[in-house]
Each structure stands twice: as structure tokens, then as C-alpha cells.
Write a protein that binds this ligand. Structure first.
Ligand code: OGA
Ligand code: MN
Length: 299
């Protein structure tokens, strides 16, 4: 009998319900086959991975992200022109920071609603790989909640009901909640509405998670008000304080999270201070369970 392969790395939980910090792993080497397989398995199981002290340049960041699937072009989504790698930043590029009325800053503030990235795209995201470059002296944490743990905590009757529901998503819906002018920008209105089933079962682990976001504007078969109340109630249930992991960024931290099973939101910081995170999203493929998420398909 052959010896079991040694573990590629050690992990330590970041929260009792989900998420691990991966220790002793240089993401520049993540393309080595056994290492990626171990990272991917941890991603499927734990939903959120933290790697500290990485300081990836754009090229390394993109190369790591590509291991998970096709890179999503966030330049259509974000309010800056950079293709593929996307700044999540209030820096203006001339050494200054944006003033509060700036629409880009309003867009960052819309990130402070609990959301899942890219549910409004024709192909939604599997993962966001987010790295901190510049962090403020206080605030600016990113908060996460597991919608797998959250779904498991719902009453069985509600779980059963959700398995047959779907949510309608629209990018401008979440922006309108912050500022009606922001919601009119073409980048928020350009996508046709999407409809995804409310529960995403992970094809590797079989675990179900609620697939919900601030972008949900309607629930299948429900009146607008009733649907909105259900969405608010569900997001509140998923994000009770004890269920939330608060990540205080250090420069060089890389977080990878499973968009199928995690809600996240930004938090405020003193806006006279710069804060720059860089994000790469990877699109979900049919094999990631997307094939089961179109409404009308049998479970
Ligand atoms: C994102 C995001 C939150 C933050 O990059 O998708 O929501 O804290 N970021 O900047
Ligand atoms: Mn986001």
C-alpha cells in the first residue's frame, strides 16, 4: 500500500462556521498540480480561504485566478477602465482620494450592501480573488457570511420552499438603493435581467447554499412586496452577527471566496485615507453546478 500523500499545507479556521487560513503556501506556486488540487478541495469544503503576506503582482494574481476557471472581465462591472484586473479603490490616480459625491465612491458604498458578485451577469462568478494593496488606518474591513451555514439553519419547511423558488437579479437594483442617479449609468443597466434558482448545491460536496444578493429584485411567483420581504428576511437570517467573519485587511492578504455559498459586504473607512484592493473574479462553469441553477430545470 502506498503512503498517503503528505498534506500540501496546514489550515486553521478563521470562523467556527466557515473559512480557513492556509498556512505556508506561496500562491506563485499554486499551479503545481497537487497544490492546486489541495487548494481547490479546501475552497469547495470551506468556502473562504485566506492567504497572508502574498503581495502578488497583477500577472501572478491573474495566473492564480485562472486555475479556478475563466477570468471575468470586471471592467464592464467596475467603474474603472482597467481590463480584467479590477481596482476596488478610492484613489484617484494623482495622489488624491475621491470626494464623497463621486459616483465611484457611491459605487463602493453599494458594495456595503450584503451581496454576491456578478449574479446579474449571463455567466455568474464562481469566485472572487481579492488582494489588499493599500489599507486605511482603521475601518475598511470586508465582512463575510456563509449561506451554506445559513441555509442549514433555516426551518426545513422554508428550505423545501426555497428549493423550488428562483430569484431575479438586476445590477441597477442594488445601485438604486444607494443613489438613483448611480443606477442610471449604462454599466448598471446594460445587462438583461437574470434568473437563478435560490439554492445552489455544490457538485463536489453536495452541500446546499442560498444563492442570494442585493441585486435580487423579484422572487418567482411572488408579488413585489412579498418577494422583497422574503429576500430581506433571508439576508438577515444569513448575516446574524455571530455568523459573520470580519476580515481586517493587511497589505498582501489574499482572500478567495466561493460566490455560490458566501455573502459579503464592504464597510466604511475614513475616506480621506486611501484604500486599494485588487479583485479578479472567475466565472462559474456548468461543472461548478451552474447547469442546475437555471429555473425550470428539475433538481
Ligand atoms: C468586491 C467587494 C468589498 C470591499 O470586491 O467585490 O465587494 O470591502 N469588495 O471592498
Ligand atoms: Mn463584491
Amino acid at each position: 500500500m502506498s503512503e498517503p500523500a503528505p498534506l500540501a499545507f496546514q489550515t486553521t479556521p478563521v470562523h467556527p462556521l466557515f473559512g480557513v487560513e492556509v498556512l505556508g503556501c506561496d500562491l506563485r506556486r499554486a499551479g503545481e498540480p497537487d497544490l492546486y488540487a489541495a487548494i481547490r478541495q479546501a475552497f469547495e469544503v470551506s468556502s473562504l480561504l485566506l492567504f497572508r503576506d502574498q503581495h502578488l503582482n497583477d500577472e501572478d494574481h491573474l495566473a492564480f485566478a485562472k486555475l479556478f476557471g475563466p477570468i471575468e472581465d470586471r471592467s464592464n462591472i467596475r467603474m474603472d477602465g482597467a481590463a480584467r484586473i479590477s481596482g476596488v479603490s478610492n484613489e484617484t490616480g494623482d495622489g488624491g482620494v475621491m470626494d464623497e459625491a463621486n459616483l465611484r465612491l457611491l459605487d463602493l458604498q453599494a458594495n456595503m450592501l450584503w451581496h454576491t458578485d456578478s449574479t446579474f451577469l449571463p455567466v455568474p462568478a464562481l469566485a472572487n480573488i481579492l488582494q489588499a494593496r493599500v489599507v486605511p488606518s482603521e475601518g475598511g474591513a470586508t465582512e463575510f457570511a456563509s449561506t451554506r451555514a445559513g441555509f442549514n439553519g433555516l426551518a426545513p419547511e422554508l428550505q423545501e420552499r426555497l428549493r423550488s423558488l428562483s430569484f431575479h437579479h438586476r445590477y441597477s437594483h442594488s445601485r438604486a438603493r444607494v443613489d438613483p442617479e448611480l443606477a442610471k449609468l449604462k454599466r448598471f443597466t446594460m445587462w438583461p435581467d437574470t434568473e437563478w434558482r435560490a439554492v445552489w448545491a455544490n457538485p463536489v460536496t453536495g452541500e446546499e447554499a442560498l444563492y442570494i444578493a442585493s441585486h435580487v429584485f423579484a422572487v418567482s411567483g411572488m408579488q413585489a412586496e412579498e418577494g422583497a420581504a422574503l429576500v430581506d428576511e433571508l439576508i438577515a437570517a444569513m448575516t446574524q452577527p455571530a455568523a459573520v467573519y470580519v476580515h481586517q485587511w493587511q497589505p498582501g492578504d489574499v482572500l478567495v471566496w466561493d460566490e455560490r455559498a458566501v455573502l459579503h459586504r464592504g464597510t466604511p473607512w475614513p475616506y480621506e485615507q486611501p484604500r486599494t484592493l485588487v479583485s479578479v473574479c472567475v466565472s462559474a462553469g456548468e461543472g461548478d453546478g451552474l447547469i442546475t441553477m437555471r429555473p425550470g430545470l428539475a433538481a
